[in-house]
Design a protein around this ligand. Structure first.
Ligand code: NI
Ligand code: MN
Length: 227
C-alpha cells in the first residue's frame, strides 16, 4: 500500500493496484501549490463529508479521471447533479466489496453541509482493507468511543490517517487516545497547518506520539510512504 499526501485531508492511496483518493482539496490550498490536481490518479474518490476543505476539487477530479465517488447518499446525489456519472452511495455501519477490497463506513463525530449550507448527510470515516492491508481514514472527527468498534469489526490496521489540527477536529493528544482505541501505532497526521485555526507544532506532535511508543508521520505534501 502506497500513500501520498496532497495536503489537508487529501491522500492518494494505492491498494490492490487501484488508486483511491480521499477528500479532494488541492487547488485552494497554498501549501499544495506545487501539486497538479489533474495529475492525481483516481479510480475511486472517498468523500468523508460535504465541507469545502474536503470537496472543493471533487467535481474537477471526478470528471477528469472518471473515478467512482464513494460517499454518503446525500453527497453522491449532489455529485450526480454536478454531472458526475459514477457514484456508490453508502452510510455509516455499512460495508461493500469493491474490486480493490472492502470499504466500511464508520462514525465521524462532526457536521456535514455543502458550501451553500444545504444538508450533506452524516459525516463519516472509512476503513478499507484487502487480505493483506487495512487502513482507517477518519475524515473530520472528534475523539469518539465509537472508534473502539473498529478493531472489533475490521482486520488489524496497518495505519490510520487521523486529523490532528484541533479546533474543528481532534488535537494531537486526542489522536493519541484514538490510536489506543483503534489499536494502531502507525498514524499519519492530516487536517493541520492548512489555515490559521489548525496550525500545530509538528515537532511537539511527533514527540508526544513517540512518548507513548507510537509513530506519527507528517508526510510532506507531494511525498509518499509505503506500508
Ligand atoms: Ni469538516
Ligand atoms: Mn475539514
Amino acid at each position: 500500500m502506497k500513500i501520498t499526501y496532497y495536503g489537508q485531508s487529501c491522500f492518494g492511496i494505492e491498494i490492490s493496484g487501484k488508486h483511491l483518493v480521499t477528500d479532494p482539496f488541492v487547488t485552494p490550498n497554498e501549501l499544495a501549490a506545487h501539486i497538479d490536481l489533474l495529475s492525481i490518479k483516481a479510480d475511486y474518490i472517498l468523500v468523508s463529508h460535504g465541507h469545502q476543505d474536503h470537496i472543493h476539487d471533487l467535481e474537477a477530479l471526478a470528471k477528469h479521471t472518471g473515478a467512482t465517488v464513494v460517499s454518503s447518499w446525500e453527497i453522491c446525489t449532489w455529485a450526480g447533479t454536478k454531472g458526475i456519472e459514477k457514484v456508490h452511495p453508502m452510510n455509516t455501519g455499512g460495508k461493500w466489496q469493491f474490486d480493490f477490497g472492502t470499504v466500511m463506513c464508520v462514525t465521524a463525530q462532526h457536521s456535514s453541509s455543502f458550501p451553500d449550507g444545504t444538508y450533506a448527510g452524516n459525516p463519516m470515516g472509512f476503513v478499507v482493507w484487502n487480505d493483506r492491508e487495512c487502513f482507517y481514514f477518519a475524515g473530520d472527527t472528534a475523539l469518539t468511543m465509537d472508534m473502539k468498534l473498529i478493531p472489533m469489526l475490521c482486520p488489524p490496521l496497518s495505519c490510520a490517517l487521523l486529523p490532528i489540527g484541533d479546533n474543528f477536529t481532534m488535537d494531537v493528544n486526542q489522536a493519541i487516545i484514538a490510536s489506543d482505541f483503534i489499536k494502531c501505532k502507525e498514524i499519519i497526521g492530516c487536517h493541520y497547518d492548512t489555515f490559521g485555526f489548525i496550525k500545530i507544532d509538528k515537532e511537539a506532535a511527533i514527540k508526544a506520539f513517540s512518548a507513548k511508543d507510537k509513530n506519527l508521520r507528517l508526510v510532506d505534501i507531494g511525498s509518499s510512504i509505503e506500508f
